[in-house]
Design a protein around this ligand. Sequence first.
Ligand SMILES: Cc1cc2nc3c(=O)[nH]c(=O)nc-3n(C[C@H](O)[C@H](O)[C@H](O)COP(=O)(O)O)c2cc1C
Length: 334
Amino acid sequence: MAALPPASPSTPRGALLAPLSGVTDLHMRRIARRLGATATVSEMVAAEDLARGAEEARLRAEGEGVLPHVVQLAGCDPGWMAEGARLAEANGADVIDVNMGCPAKAVTGGQAGSALMRDLDHAARILAAVRGAVAVPVTVKMRLGWDHARLNAPDLARRAEALGYAAVTVHGRTRQQFYTGRADWAAIRAVVAAVGIPVVANGDVASLGDARACLAASGAAAVMVGRAAVGRPWLVGAIAAGLSGRAAPEPDAAARAELAAEHYAGLLALYGARMGVRHARKHLAAYADHAGGLAPAERARLVTTTDPDEALRLLRRAFEAPGAQAAPSASQAA
Ligand SMILES: Cc1cc2nc3c(=O)[nH]c(=O)nc-3n(C[C@H](O)[C@H](O)[C@H](O)COP(=O)(O)O)c2cc1C
């Protein structure tokens, strides 16, 4: 990504917020970036939907106040991918990231996402079309391969580099693993060895200790954090600070409550109250679970109420109650 440090062991190393469909909305990315994440990536946006003007795709690709604004595109048709990339760039994207890692059947069934790792010639046609469509840097996110018999991430990364890609991200699992087992950070080393561009290592990084271990095992330039940051978007910045040897300032419970409330208000404004309340539920549940301050009945109410004021009251209570946990430091956070 544009904000990535060069791939040199002597430079500070970064921590990026991963693209999470349905989760890493504009406001989560804004907060994560403001609190020190090296960069963030949008939810995957179906390139064809974006090019056809679908409202949901437009919202996913929103990036006002997020710098660099990285838009991730998914699709299997080079023409639509190029058109989506052009539109995203025209709407302010600083970087276009191509999704070649999504394992979901709805995506791979359409031969997009990680299914592209079964046909690297076709994958390369998509990479070339996107590269040729825009002037901004382009990156690609992949898995280790489709399955353990075909660990072809180094080949795909080499092709991306030859086409002028600026960086690659590798999730240390195969498509057939979905999210089972542990991410194999050491297996990412083969990609680092194959290319000269920065490699971002991803999968199961949930603390500063994990990030250090992941970088040591993989030799990557940066880590990317996904699920562990849901309900605590400040975690990515804390890890980035820790990796560069700075103290990792953690917001206290009151500050975290304010950030969660800001996120909630932003979602209501972005999606409108009716849709926003529903979209926000997974975030509310995650914030409350990490804060630890709600009784089971209150938590159930938090994720079912359609009244934004009630949700906000419960959200704040999660951080205030005697049971609320002290802010975990990035080194403790698991
Ligand atoms: C709910 C969910 C949605 C995801 N959406 C995307 C996506 O839109 N694009 C993508 O490249 N990866 C997506 N991923 C994969 C993550 O970016 C990441 O590679 C994976 O979760 C492993 O990292 P983690 O262990 O830090 O979560 C998604 C994962 C989850 C759990």
